[in-house]
Design a protein around this ligand. Structure first.
Ligand code: MSP
Length: 768
């Protein structure tokens, strides 16, 4: 192993016959959803194409298993962090198998090979003088595992969640020493990061000045011990980023793969983690004397119901659902076609089914079926003639299809293979081009109508036309299928067989795409049997997907109420019976485990896990994560968990109640309570218990949904000053977003009484 430039540590830039690409490694505090599948599918499409071009490819994905967030989630689930991580990592692996993802390796940061590599990297940075000991007092966002500038009470600028004050003796990395070097590096390597918005953001972040970075923690232990000082664990982002080299063998006796594949060609990441990948990671590597990756590319977010799809928002869709109803090709095609890479994009079942029917079933699928069936019908399934040799003047349509094929091949090269191209990673554009080719081929068939013999055409002429048209169309399908293979591999494999080309997987291994050119279909090739590719999806497909998601959400709630120790399914304990003040809104309530905070849950109806920990200090964000999918009772669909006997506060052990009544002032400071005035109040159609309120905080106006319709006439609320929890993550209910939660006392019969003031108070005033 080499740290400095004395020996070649990695392949030279010119070595275009190898390609190394990575997804982010996924936190194991959340079960996989479509947002995670998106990055993985994009990488898989690239990896498949590279292999099919004969390039030796290494595709890495994995799970990020250390850190406070995971430690807390595991505690909450009542199991060890290792058990917890193993379960969720298994779900990620299982999903990738189900979706046919072709990753070459799957790294877990709790593996020995990774620990060794991280310790080696840490020691190297220290030995080279880039790590020193100091102390840190400041704010930390547990959800993002990131340090945040600002006084106590500062919200995380990235996710908006409350930060926690940490005060620790730490090891620091001399990030400040890399400010100039990084800027010079970005300047010299304009292709290093993309898209442009990411590049601008990162550069402006570095220009605004880099402070040294705390790279160890002592306040929790779920991490990799700092070599030689084991009461510290390595900062989770240094730990996580290192996966890209430890998985290749960095830090082990066998680092051959590291030498072969490093530096990575692409780290594909979500846009919110670009600072870690474009600033910290290259700085760590530069400091350690290791070459930096060739490029970091950020995808945008997959949105659902207008918000980033995430567990904490409770708006996730699972990839399994789409796979079950429409197959994974449909999902892959939709994600790459619908979302311009680098931008945020909406996911909806409607749009998915529309694309599926329009482009896959009626477009590509129908074209293949027409041509394969006609070759069987008119030529007993044998390719009758070579397409070529037609003079351009006489056969402009054939020549035009050939040009279209050549153009589309180039389009795919610029999207997939040419980092200098303005269309690099513009998957959507490449697919638009490819489907124009599908449409042109379809139009060509229709215009020439080989199934219809006009009376004036001789039999011989008609047979010649049929041979020419069907062979030309079949050749077009061959090229289309070869290009489409990385995106819709299952369908492409079926078509390949139908075209008599054999097993596509074998062809891919042999690098068949390298030689892709018009004219490859051989005379005499025997076609395979026609087989359906994309059966048309009826309206029920949408209902089925929706109902699969509903079932899943219900299962999560049931599992919780049954007290299953089930990582990422388990919900926190109910608020104790003693709670006097409850949330009148329908937001996920504040942590039940912190009843002294003035936002305790309505304990009688909240689904709970009896196994949840006592006295554990949950952040609200964490609570929201745990409760995603389980709407508060006012608006949830009936769930067996609601009113489940085991969930009643009466059964909460008294000791647990007592223990949970103490919180620190820091805990309380996390709840942003503000005075607001109700401007608009109205009932929500088809939701008996729900009012939609618009409130004025002085500094902003916002909408809140509150489950108080049975107790308050909306008109009487207008103008009233109330107290709201202002920093609660937004949540959607009945299609409406709720941004905050009202405070109310809870009477015995469950009736709420809104908190209010005797004196005049300005809007926006904070309750402390
Ligand atoms: N563990 C870190 C990454 C460490 S990489 C050395 C992490 N994990 S994560 O699970 O929170 O997110 C992993 C990736 O999934 C991120 O790139 C993130 O952007 C992506 N996505 C999670 N939800 C997403 C959407 N709704 N849409 C698109 N991508 C999303 O960050």
């Amino acid at each position: 192993m080499t740290e400095s430039g004395s020996q070649p540590i990695s392949r030279p830039d010119s070595q275009a016959d190898r390609f190394y690409l990575t997804t982010p490694i996924y936190y194991v505090n959340a079960r996989p959803h479509l947002g995670h599948a998106y990055s993985t599918i994009v990488c898989d499409a690239i990896a498949r194409r590279k292999r099919a071009l004969g390039i030796e490819t290494w595709f890495l994905t994995g799970t990020d298993e250390h850190g406070q967030k995971i430690e807390r989630s595991a505690k909450l689930a009542g199991c060890s962090p290792q058990e917890f991580a193993t379960k969720i990592a298994g779900e990620f692996r299982g999903l990738w198998d189900l979706l046919g993802i072709t990753n070459d390796d799957f790294i877990r940061t709790t593996e020995e090979r990774h620990k060794r590599g991280v310790q080696k990297l840490f020691a190297t940075l220290r030995d080279r003088g880039y790590i020193y000991k100091g102390s840190y007092t400041g704010q930390y966002c547990v959800s993002d595992e990131a340090y945040v500038d600002g006084p106590p009470g500062t919200l995380c600028p990235d996710c908006g969640r409350p930060t926690e004050t940490v005060s620790e003796e730490n090891y620091f990395f001399k990030l400040s020493a890399f400010e100039r070097k990084l800027l010079e590096f970005y300047e010299a390597n304009p292709g290093f990061m993309g898209p442009e918005s990411t590049r601008r953001e990162v550069i402006s972040f570095v220009r605004s000045g880099l402070k040294d970075l705390s790279v160890s923690r002592t306040s929790f232990s779920w991490g990799i011990p700092v070599p030689g000082d084991e009461k510290h664990v390595v900062y989770v982002w240094l730990d996580a980023l290192a996966n890209y080299i430890t998985a290749l063998g960095y830090g082990s006796d066998d680092d051959e793969r590291f030498r072969k594949f490093w530096p990575a060609d692409i780290h594909l990441i979500g846009k919110e983690i670009s600072r870690f990948h474009c600033v910290y990671w290259p700085a760590f590597l530069m400091a350690a004397g290791i070459p930096v990756p060739r490029s970091v590319r950020a995808n945008g977010w997959l949105l659902f119901d207008q918000g980033k799809m995430s567990k904490s928002r409770g708006n996730i869709v699972r990839a399994e659902t789409v796979h079950t109803v429409l197959g994974s090709d449909a999902l892959r095609y939709f994600l790459l076609r619908e979302i311009p890479f680098g931008q945020d994009g909406n996911f909806s079942f409607d749009a998915l089914v529309q694309r599926y029917n329009g482009d896959l079933a009626n477009g590509y699928g129908n074209l293949v079926s027409r041509v394969v069936n006609m070759v069987h019908k008119y030529f007993e399934g044998v390719v009758p003639a070579f397409w070529g040799g037609y003079p351009v003047d006489e056969y402009p349509d054939e020549h035009s299809l050939r040009s279209r094929a050549e153009f589309t091949i180039l389009s795919f090269e610029s999207t997939f293979d040419d980092p200098q191209s303005e269309y690099y990673l513009s998957f959507s554009k490449a697919l638009v081009d490819l489907w124009l080719f599908v449409a042109q081929t379809d139009g060509y068939l229709t215009a020439n109508a080989p199934w219809k013999k006009p009376p004036e055409r001789s039999d011989a002429d008609h047979a010649a036309l049929q041979a020419r048209v069907l062979t030309t169309a079949a050749e077009a399908i061959r090229v289309i299928t070869a290009l489409a293979y990385p995106i819709v591999p299952d369908a492409a494999a079926k078509v390949w067989r139908q075209l008599g080309q054999g097993e596509l997987a074998d062809a891919a291994k042999k690098g068949f795409l390298k030689d892709l050119a018009w004219g490859g279909l051989k005379v005499g090739t025997k076609f395979g049997e026609p087989a359906p590719l994309f059966p048309r999806a009826e309206k029920e497909a949408i209902e089925r997907m929706q109902s699969l998601e509903d079932d899943n959400n219900r299962t999560v709630v049931e599992a919780a109420s049954n007290g299953e120790v089930n990582a990422a399914k388990t919900l926190p304990a109910p608020a104790p019976a003693a709670a006097q003040v409850k949330a009148a809104g329908t937001q996920a309530p504040a942590p039940a485990a912190k009843p002294a905070a003035p936002v305790a849950a309505n304990a009688t109806t909240e689904p709970v896990a009896p196994t949840a920990l006592k006295g554990h200090d949950f952040s609200r964000a964490e609570y929201a994560e745990k409760t995603s999918g389980a709407l508060a009772p006012e608006v949830s669909s009936p769930s067996p968990a609601v009113n489940a006997p085991s969930a009643t506060p009466a059964e909460t052990p008294a000791a647990a109640t007592e223990e949970r009544t103490h919180i620190t002032i820091d805990d309380f400071a996390k709840v942003d309570l503000r005075v607001a005035q109700i401007l608009v109040a109205e009932r929500v159609p088809k939701a008996d218990k729900l009012l939609r309120l618009e409130v004025d905080l002085g500094y902003e106006k916002r909408q809140i949904l509150a489950g108080i319709a049975q107790y308050y006439e909306p008109e009487k609320l207008i103008g009233r000053k109330i107290v709201i929890v202002a920093n609660l993550a937004p949540r959607k209910m009945r299609g409406l977003e709720s941004n905050g939660m009202l405070l109310a006392a809870s009477l015995e019969d469950g009736a709420p009484v809104l908190a209010s003031f005797l004196e005049e108070v300005p809007l926006g005033a904070r309750l402390k």
